[in-house]
Design a protein around this ligand. Structure first.
Ligand code: SF4
Length: 215
């Protein structure tokens, strides 16, 4: 298996994923913070609570709330006090752009990323998820699943987050739809087969370095 074939291989197994990350652009921004260290079911519960209180633009609505109010709503997502503060920090940044995502998009990716990373509690994975899935700009999101799959499939282990990101971005064209779906496929594959304890007997990929090393 080569990195060049990874997308096609995963897509043949799991089928089209489309945008993959559900929800409106505003919901994606909020869920990018909520999903830190928890599963998606808990994120959905927290989002439901928010949507019950915020009928229209959830960013505007949350910005008007206190950190305490937000932490009450997002309780199901866990680490609710920390996440409420992180959301508040993010909302303060968004307010500079009047909560208008189009205004943010007038800047280039590097500038946007730099600003996002300067917000307390926003790391690279969260920043890049917001850039790719909410702002629709081409950046490759790296997470623990991506690192695991790259290591097991291809024997690639790198030191830095950005080394992984650049590896994908120089191997594949800068394409929002492709990067969104590819990241989704990686997560789906890691959840279904390439778990912490991998289910290699059931996994359809035969050209896997890890699987072949075991045989
Ligand atoms: S064969 Fe095993 S190690 Fe390789 S991708 Fe599939 S589950 Fe992961």
């Amino acid at each position: 298996m080569k990195l060049e074939n990874m997308y096609e291989t995963l897509r043949n197994i799991h089928g089209p994923q489309g945008k993959w990350w559900p929800g409106s652009e505003e919901e994606i921004i909020v869920s990018a913070v909520l999903t830190q260290n928890t599963n998606w079911k808990n994120v959905e519960k927290a989002l439901e609570n928010i949507k019950k209180d915020c009928k229209n633009n959830i960013l505007h609505c949350l910005a008007k709330m206190s950190t305490q109010q937000i932490s009450f709503l997002i309780k199901p997502a866990g680490f609710f006090n920390i996440k409420a503060q992180r959301l508040k920090n993010l909302l303060t940044w968004l307010k500079n752009y009047d909560f208008d995502l189009e205004k943010i998009k007038t800047k280039n990716i590097e500038e946007i990323r730099k600003e996002l990373l300067s917000i307390k509690g926003i790391g690279k994975e969260t920043a890049d998820s917001i850039i790719l899935y909410a702002l629709e700009l081409p950046i490759f999101v790296i997470d623990a699943y991506t690192k695991r799959l790259l290591n097991r499939l291809l024997g690639i282990k790198l030191k830095e987050y950005d080394q992984y990101r650049l590896l994908f971005e120089t191997t594949y064209p800068k394409d929002v739809a492709l990067y969104r779906e590819f990241h989704g496929l990686i997560v789906e594959h890691a959840k279904m087969f390439c778990r912490t304890k991998p289910l290699c007997e059931l996994c359809p990929i035969d050209s896997c370095r890890y699987k072949n090393a075991k045989d």
